[in-house]
Write a protein that binds this ligand. Structure first.
Ligand code: ATP
Ligand code: MG
Length: 633
């Protein structure tokens, strides 16, 4: 089949299309209606059907291939960085999940209860997610290591009955104690969990609150022989809550269903990721993000693949660690983010040649714009297709990519690709709400109903769901992605940044992303952030913060001036003087979210002397000090 036929069928006959895709998973009870869209923008998929994510990810494969590997947990967060590795077959994974499920039940957790998972990247975190899915509890995974106040706000929103945690995580070989953060979060939150289930890794001693805190190893020993049958759930029951990255404001609690999500993952694993049972999938993300939910835990397992859970950074013990994993476990499909590839690009190139990478068939990248130099470099190094894919926490799976499992379509550098099935994409003029022509920039929106797998609503807040996502155009009710896009004559889309990243310089509207791309083409630029800053004369001006590749070239004030001049020249030449930033500051660190996204709104706030806003997801607060220092210099 051609991609065109595949996609067109999903748009012209969605009910036929998704009824067929739904056959990829097991249903305990068949659905009666493919989609109910009688109450837009709320869509219910596979109404009347009953299924279970854990059954489709684990039990189903125990029957077909119980002795094949399901989970490979690797940690390089060891004293010397040498990998510690352990694997589980589907059968063993099922046993562990049943044990964890039995513990949860013993602690009073039942269907519809929320379990908050605040864990490092260890196997127990996956057991916990799958155990929740098994018994119909709603998981809310919070990125391990988030500070107490970020954690507290999520506890207050999700109201978990149980919190599943560990004594500590580790980063670059340094122990990061979790328990004190968790205790503090519970102290300041309004909703106290009944129990805290602790995995004690013996990394950091912690205070034990008797009555509340319980020990995982102890309880596991009691439930070694546990047999916990799958609880069949309605397709529209809630599977989990997950908060967005907080790049543009306060994170939103995305709520997801069971059946639609299962179908979307089973479908995308084959049509986009070409996953085959028995092969190995390696996503470098974290279970705290949507990529971790969809393509570390549920997607690969539902496809019968072994999945890698990696605790560690890409450069310790050295930058060959990912490739060691690829060779040893014969990884076929790998998923990462441009930000991680940029980190590798700064490392000695021979480390990429140390291992046999012949098993690898493709590298998928998502999360932020994939710039041409990064994409070209890694494609040449690995010799496999680099497949950009664009989506959001809200959608749960790619909106744009190339469906290599359907047709071997070429990728186009700079474009994440073409619409994936069921996504009725449109580009609308931001002022008039009318449709854009090809090659005309507009806001990327999706016509309802959103395809299976996308958010049902904002958790406990239908009003926010409608108000923030579906009310941006007076002309029609469409879902706004809040990203700028453009479509070329062949139907490929390009993402041009976020709608709130546009600046207005003396009446000219400029995307900060376009200026960043131009600055990136200077050979001594490693990373750059451009923000719009208030200006009495021009309305706004662009200000750039640049990490030079070679920091020694910007050590003196004269060097800095020279560097700034060179950047000005690049922008003048490529975009015109109107886009030239008013200032270029050299820094060594940029503020990013823990998922590697630039926090432009915080930089902008500092430039305008305002409070930097919601910082619950910032990676390293020192980066803000750097911005402040640069501004004062
Ligand atoms: P918040 O919504 O809380 O501000 P966020 O949008 O960063 O945070 P995510 O859902 O993790 O939270 O990120 C989705 C966004 O990431 C997209 O809307 C888009 O801006 C960006 N993005 C993801 N993948 C790509 C890609 N392949 N190319 C360009 N941009 C991408
Ligand atoms: Mg977003």
């Amino acid at each position: 089949m051609s991609y065109q036929d595949f996609y067109q069928q999903s748009i012209a006959h969605p009910e036929v299309f998704w009824a067929k895709e739904a056959q990829r998973i097991d249903w305990h009870k068949p659905f009666e209606q493919v989609v109910d869209y009688s109450r837009p923008p709320f869509a219910s998929w596979f109404v009347g059907g009953e299924t279970n994510l854990c059954h489709n990810a684990v039990d189903r494969w125990v029957v077909k291939q119980g002795e094949k590997t399901a989970l490979i947990a690797i940690s390089t967060e060891t004293p010397d960085g040498s990998p510690s590795e352990k694997t589980w077959t589907f059968r063993e994974l099922q046993q562990e999940v049943e044990r964890t499920a039995a513990i949860m039940i013993a602690l009073g957790v039942g269907k519809g209860d929320c379990v908050l998972i605040y864990m490092p990247m260890i196997a127990e975190a996956m057991f916990a997610m799958l155990a929740c899915a098994r018994i119909g509890a709603i998981h809310s995974v919070v990125f391990g290591g988030f500070a107490a106040n970020s954690l507290a706000s999520r506890i207050d929103d999700a109201k978990p009955k149980l919190i599943f945690s560990a004594d500590a995580g580790s980063r670059m070989g340094k122990v990061v104690p979790y328990k004190p953060l968790l205790d503090e979060a519970i102290r300041i939150s309004k909703n106290k969990p009944q129990h805290v289930l602790m995995v004690d890794r013996k990394l950091a001693a912690f205070e034990h609150m008797s009555g509340r805190d319980v020990d995982y190893a102890e309880l596991r020993a009691k439930h070694m022989e546990a047999s916990v049958p799958v609880t069949w759930l309605k397709s529209n029951d809630i599977s989990y809550i997950l908060y967005t990255s907080g790049t543009t404001g306060t994170p939103k609690g995305v709520q997801r269903d069971v059946g639609g999500y299962a179908v979307a993952l089973a479908s995308s694993m084959e049509t986009i990721f070409c996953g085959k049972p028995g092969e190995t999938y390696f996503s470098t993300s974290d279970i705290g993000w949507v990529v971790g939910h969809s393509y570390i835990v549920y997607g690969p397992l539902m496809a019968g693949m072994a999945t890698v859970m990696y605790e560690g950074v890409p450069i310790r013990p050295d930058a060959s660690i990912w490739w060691y994993i690829v060779e040893k476990y014969q990884v076929t499909r790998m998923f990462s983010a441009p930000t991680a590839v940029r980190v590798l690009k700064k490392q000695p190139p021979e480390l990429l040649k140390k291992h046999d990478l012949s098993s690898l068939k493709a590298l998928y990248l998502a999360g932020e714009p994939l710039d041409e130099p990064t994409s070209t470099w890694i494609a040449a190094e690995l010799g496999v297709p680099i497949i950009d894919n664009y989506w959001q926490t809200e959608t749960g799976w790619p909106i744009l990519s190339v469906a290599k499992g359907i047709e071997d379509m070429p990728t186009r550098v700079g474009s994440p690709g073409v619409p994936m099935p069921g996504y009725r994409l449109k580009l609308l003029n931001e002022h008039t709400g009318t449709r854009c022509d090809n090659n005309e920039k507009g806001v990327l929106v999706i016509e309802g109903p959103l395809p299976p797998g996308c958010l049902q609503t904002v958790f406990n807040n239908d009003e926010r769901f409608i108000k923030s996502y579906w009310s941006n155009f007076s002309t029609e009710q469409v879902y706004s992605t809040f990203d700028w896009g453009i479509r070329d004559d062949d139907g490929y889309y390009f993402i041009l940044g976020r709608t709130d990243d546009v600046i207005n310089v003396a009446g000219h509207r400029l995307g900060t992303r376009e200026i960043e791309e131009s600055i990136s083409s200077h050979p001594n630029v490693s990373e750059v952030a451009v923000v719009g800053v208030e200006d009495k004369l021009k309305g706004q001006v662009a200000v750039a913060f640049v990490i030079p590749k070679d920091a020694s070239t910007t050590s003196t004030p004269q060097d800095k001036k020279q560097f700034e001049k060179e950047i000005f020249a690049v922008v003048d030449r490529q975009l015109g003087a109107v886009a030239r930033p008013s200032r270029v500051y050299a820094v060594s660190l940029l503020p990013k979210t823990r998922s590697g996204k630039l926090l432009r709104r915080s930089i902008q706030a500092l430039c305008e002397g305002r409070d930097p806003g919601d910082l619950t997801t910032i990676e390293d607060p020192n980066s803000l000090t750097q911005i402040k220092d640069a501004l004062e210099s």
